[in-house]
Design a protein around this ligand. Sequence first.
Ligand SMILES: [Zn+2]
Ligand SMILES: [Zn+2]
Length: 294
Amino acid sequence: MKVGIKLKFWGVRGSIPTPGVKYTKYGGNTPCVEMRLSNNKLFIFDAGTGIRELGSMICSGDEKIKAHIFLSHFHWDHIQGLPFFMPSSIEGNEIIILGMDMQNARLDKIISDQMESIYFPVKLQSLSAQIKFQILSEGSNNIDGVKVDTIYLNHPGQAMGYMVNYGKIKICYFTDNELVPKSVTESSKLKYKPDTRERILKLINGADLLIHDAQYTEEEYKTKIGWGHSSFNEVLSLAREGRVHRLALFHHDPDHFDEEMDVLVASCNCQEYQGETSHVMDCFAAHEGMELHF
Ligand SMILES: [Zn+2]
Ligand SMILES: [Zn+2]
């Protein structure tokens, strides 16, 4: 069997879904990334509104599935699609939800609370599929035979980044992470761990793909310090330093419609970055429906 990974973006928008004609190119669904390993394992990253369509696609076949859903954190845009993930309602399916515990709430409680009758008509306990939970903290984990490294990211209330190591393939999913520029670190009162960037760099070194939050322009970031998201520039410089091969800009700002996104991506000027070192990096903005193969 040839070791490989197929990846598909089902939602790339940050903060809130953005339906409408101004968002048809990049898409309006909130974060969800599907990962298929060549050993048939199904990993899903985040359960934003994009997971609904992924679920419908899965249910169009009759096969029973086992899916691992890795949650970066529990802000609405990352869990809002979970109650609409149809495979959870089918007997014989096995869904494992993975993520961190919060200081005052356990993972299973966070998710079942989301489906309390005030918020949603169907309770988690009444779903027909077998639903399991697996709590993760920072470190190296064996998930169904696959090595998945986890790391805490800079985000209000914290978020978790994931790196899948499969064969020689390394894919990183780091969203809702604020890469704090040096000039800001010194002057700000941010409560983030000061070494987050270094720890991330160690992990992503030479990765085949880095999917990273790039919500703001440098200018926008100045008024959003501490909101837990990064500027394009900081992400590019991190990826270049980590010598990653492909960089997918992700978690697009709801105010960045298609035309604006095109301008922003063009202004990233990846060519310039390539020129500075011998390292060549393929940099692009993820869009809904985009597929990548490794
Ligand atoms: Zn988010
Ligand atoms: Zn968030």
